[in-house]
Design a protein around this ligand. Sequence first.
Ligand code: NDP
Ligand code: GDP
Length: 342
Amino acid sequence: MSRKETAFITGITGQDGSYLAEFLLDKGYEVVGLTRRTTHQRFENIEHLAGKIILEFGDLMDPETIEHIVAEYKPSEVYNLAAQSVPADSWKHPMVTGEITALGTVRVLEALRKHKPDARFYQATSREIYGGVKQEVIDEQSPVFANNPYGIAKLYSHLMTLNYRDSYDMYTASGILFNHESPRRGLHFVTRKVTSAAAAIKLGITNPPLNERGRPLIESGKLRLGNLEAMRDWGYAKEYVVAMWMMLQQDRPEDYVIATNTMYSVQDLCQLAFGHVGLDWRDHVESDTRFMRPTEIEVQRGDYSKAQRQLGWEPKTSFPELVRLMVDADVERFKGGSFQTE
Ligand code: NDP
Ligand code: GDP
């Protein structure tokens, strides 16, 4: 880059935001991140970036702060990663999911339209926009049919992103990302539940973290999960954030599916994670109806051939490798006494 470009990331404290910030800093960007003000601030994923990134306090619910930040920094690239990002929680919180995951995107788009219309905008769309589509392999041409409150909110944002491109000739692109995981994945997603439980049981940890119901993750030596037959196309988050950047470097804005085109079940995940530390998952995992969902998305994998062809992007880390690196990271965390951070 000839001059220092500024990138603005919403959701910088999350899994993807933290990896993207590292990637953009390496590329020479000035990185500005949006973070919510909370009483007990937690910055595990970005603590190591202190002094290298600029943090601005604000909220996707509050248009004023977003406009203020855009007007002040005039970013050339904006990555909208903030969301109520947990599909499983979205049935309990449909309104806040809509406020943040759907309308939050429009607040960012409006701020750009008013203060920096030539900024390039990335929207974190999810494969959940195809949740109910009965088609095993999904690509950019597949019909959309979201079937949970999170997916529906993401679909609204996806279409609004396209609408700002068409209506105002803005450079807006959506990455339609399939599940992607890492040691920084939130603890309530199934991969981290399983990798942290395998590590905790292996090390004999007696005070495990809490699960999504506020109970100890492991009780009486058992990890409680929902549907063990559920399948996902799981990739490595660190590789997926590179695709986000690539999407904003093209001549024309377009949308891209990012995935691995492979599928594994939750049971496969358990087998890989517990097996990596020499345990038999069947001795430690129980299926519990309280973790089942009112609807499941269809079994689907993502065809990323457009991204491969146009961006030169492809996944590199296999799912078994990903599970092993996540278990190893959780073992190290427990040993180091700092459970939450990578
Ligand atoms: P995370 O849950 O790790 O991060 C979500 C981020 O959003 C956090 O930084 C969170 O901040 C922030 N946030 C939540 N609500 C608000 C708000 N009201 N105002 C400002 N910030 C807020 O998600 P990921 O990094 O995994 O995912 C990034 C994006 O990609 C999300 O939009 C997600 O829905 C989407 N996505 C993710 C996939 C995946 O498999 N990971 C797949 C497809 C799409 P705080 O720390 O304060 O909670
Ligand atoms: P999602 O695809 O973004 O909803 O990611 P999750 O990691 O939350 O869920 C992936 C799949 O794992 C879904 O089909 C869940 O039904 C299934 N699953 C099975 N047991 C659990 C569990 O205990 N917690 C979560 N979060 N998911 C589970």
